[in-house]
Write a protein that binds this ligand. Structure first.
Ligand SMILES: O=C(O)CCC(=O)C(=O)O
Ligand SMILES: [Mn+2]
Length: 200
C-alpha cells in the first residue's frame, strides 16, 4: 500500500479497492435516502457549490447562524448512523478506540469545489479527521496553519483515504476542481467525499 506524506497529511493511495468502494458507496446511498443532500449557505449568504449531508450523532451545517455541528438534519430528523464499513476505515487507519461522531458526506458535481479552510468546529484537535474519496478525481490543495502562503496540490482518486492529524490537523485545505468522467464508480458521475470527525 502506498502512503504519501504531504505537509503532514497522510495519503493512503487506493486504501479501498473497487469492491470496498462499492460497499461503502452502497451504505452511503442508504444514508442519503434517509437524510437527503442539501446545499448549505455560507454565513455570508452564498450558496456552496458542494451538496452535503451527514451520518452520526452530529452533522455539520452552515447557514446564516454560522458553521457548526447540529444533532438534526435541516429537515428536523436525527442523522442516520455512521455505517460500519465507514467506521472500520477509521479504526484500521487510526487505531483509536474512540469513534467519530460525525461522517460529513460531500457531493461534488463536475463544477463544484471547496475553498481553502481549516476544520476547526470540533472541540479537541488532538483527534484526527479522516477523509475518504469516492468517484471522480479531485485536485486537493494543502497549505499550512496560517491562511495564505505556500500550498501543495495532489489529485485524490477513488479509494484514496487521507488522515489529517497531529501537527497537520489545522492545516488549511480545499478542493480546486474535480475531473469529470475520471471514474465510473458513481453512475451519474461526480465525487463523494466522506470526512470522519470526533466532534465533542
Ligand atoms: O472533499 C475533500 O476532499 C475535502 C473535504 C473537506 O475538507 C471538508 O469537508 O471539510
Ligand atoms: Mn475540511
Amino acid at each position: 500500500m502506498t502512503v504519501l506524506r504531504l505537509r503532514g497529511f497522510e495519503i493512503h493511495k487506493t486504501f479501498l479497492d473497487h469492491a470496498a468502494q462499492q460497499a461503502v458507496l452502497g451504505e452511503i446511498r442508504s444514508v442519503v435516502k434517509k437524510a437527503p443532500f442539501f446545499r448549505p449557505e455560507t454565513p455570508g449568504g452564498k450558496k456552496m457549490s458542494v451538496r452535503m449531508t451527514s451520518a452520526g450523532e452530529y452533522g455539520w451545517l452552515s447557514d446564516a447562524d454560522g458553521y457548526r455541528y447540529a444533532d438534526q438534519h435541516p429537515n428536523g430528523m436525527a442523522w442516520p448512523a455512521i455505517p460500519e464499513a465507514v467506521l472500520s476505515i477509521w479504526s484500521t487507519l487510526t487505531g483509536l478506540d474512540r469513534k467519530p461522531e460525525c461522517c460529513l458526506i460531500n457531493y461534488y458535481a463536475s463544477d463544484a469545489k471547496m475553498g481553502m479552510h481549516q476544520d476547526r468546529d470540533e472541540a479537541d484537535f488532538r483527534w484526527p479527521v479522516v477523509s475518504v474519496s469516492l468517484g471522480d478525481d479531485a485536485l486537493f490543495r494543502i497549505g499550512g496553519q496560517k491562511r495564505g502562503g505556500k500550498t501543495d496540490s495532489l489529485w485524490l482518486q477513488s479509494g484514496d483515504v487521507v488522515v489529517m492529524g497531529g501537527e497537520a490537523r489545522l492545516n488549511h485545505h480545499g478542493v480546486d476542481r474535480v475531473r469529470a468522467g475520471s471514474s465510473k464508480l458513481l453512475p451519474k458521475g461526480g465525487r463523494i467525499n466522506l470526512t470522519l470527525r470526533v466532534v465533542k
